[in-house]
Design a protein around this ligand. Structure first.
Ligand SMILES: Nc1ncnc2c1ncn2[C@@H]1O[C@H](COP(=O)(O)OP(=O)(O)OP(=O)(O)O)[C@@H](O)[C@H]1O
Ligand SMILES: [Mg+2]
Length: 325
């Protein structure tokens, strides 16, 4: 772990137990995240993005089995913490905006009541006047007029509801915020406004952020570094510019070809041929090999390790696309 790493994930491997067998949802994932840094996670539906996010908060469902690995938050391993230690870490150090969270606001309570409830839950004993002032501050932080506080969720637009959910995740000033597809349900213009706001708050508070999306345009806007996931594995990790201009993994290259330009029309990751593998029976060796145009014999048998191909640029591939420096 480097000195400044806020989060260090090491060899994280997690399966879901199902009646049909074990689903290999996270396999040997390792990466570091520095204080104040934003990392985008991208990959097709079902590649394990939400599973990884949930593991980072130890919020996995009952049938999840962590086989091995470490999740070090400021040097302390989340996986060996007591439940009380996890509760102290969750929300106050690591917080999350869940996938489709904007629909999770309760229609029968005002938005400020729901934020207050979150504040009391995370900081029991806080003075009511301090909590109220905090709601106003959080509203201002995410760009909602505090006068809107006592309205009900249905009186908020989609973008405003999403901002309210982000405000809730910020209530304990976490060191790391994980946002799982927070803007997918919004139209493009509102999505851009919310993203800009999230980015502004993130740099204002010097928070680290993990931003999950299918949408490469969105990832390009928010992330300094990008991790590409394929079938439960991290296959490439690099500064955003390198992912866009000199991708080394054939899967990343395919994603980028499906996406003509950062400033062009938004596309979802569906242009790649073939189907993502069934994680009950993942392919042997490199999990991308059945779809890979650069496949070699060894790819079918042996799992490629992450190797360095440039400045902070790593790829797990036996036959990477050449990276021109
Ligand atoms: N509780 C569960 N039990 C069994 N399998 C699960 C469970 N949750 C997720 N999975 C499986 O684990 C794999 C990873 O799912 P996950 O939701 O993490 O993917 P994702 O990348 O977030 O997808 P999406 O982009 O659609 O949100 C998938 O094969 C999924 O079917
Ligand atoms: Mg998901």
């Amino acid at each position: 772990m480097t000195a400044q790493a806020l989060l260090s994930v090491r060899d994280l491997t997690m399966n879901y137990k199902t009646r049909r067998g074990m689903v290999s949802a996270i396999d040997a994932v390792s990466f570091d995240l520095r204080q104040g840094e934003s990392l985008g996670l991208v990959g097709e539906s079902g590649c394990g993005k939400t599973s990884l996010a949930m593991a980072l908060l130890r919020l996995l469902p009952e049938n999840a089995v962590v086989e091995r690995g470490q999740i070090l938050i400021e040097g302390a391993d989340l996986l060996t913490m007591t439940d009380q230690q996890v509760r102290d870490t969750r929300w106050s150090r690591v917080s999350m905006v869940f996938q489709a969270a904007m629909n999770a606001l309760d229609p029968v309570f005002t938005v400020s009541d729901q934020i207050l409830e979150a504040i009391y839950r995370h900081q029991p004993g806080i003075e009511p006047s301090v909590a109220r002032a905090r709601v106003t501050q959080l509203f201002q932080m995410v760009g909602i007029d505090p006068k809107m506080a006592d309205r009900y969720p249905h009186e908020f637009s989609g973008g405003m509801r999403q901002r309210a959910v982000i405000a809730m995740a910020l209530d304990c000033s976490p060191a790391l915020i994980i946002a799982d597809e927070p803007t997918t349900a919004l139209d493009v213009i509102v999505q851009d406004q919310v993203l800009r706001e999230l980015r502004r708050v993130q740099s204002l508070l010097n928070m680290s952020m993990i931003y999950i999306s299918h949408d490469i345009a969105v990832i390009a806007e928010v992330a300094e570094r990008i991790g590409v996931m394929y079938a439960g594995r991290l296959v490439e990790l690099a500064p955003s510019a390198a992912i866009f201009h000199t991708p080394a993994h054939p899967y990343t290259l395919a994603l980028m070809s499906a996406f003509p330009s950062i400033h062009g029309p938004r596309t979802r990751l569906t242009a790649l041929g073939g189907e993502p593998p069934d994680l009950l029976f993942p392919p042997t060796g490199c999990r991308f090999h059945p779809r890979c145009p650069r496949v070699l014999d060894q790819c079918r048998q042996f799992t490629p390790p992450m190797q360095s191909v440039g400045e902070r640029h790593q790829v797990a591939c036996w036959n990477p696309v050449e990276v021109r420096q």
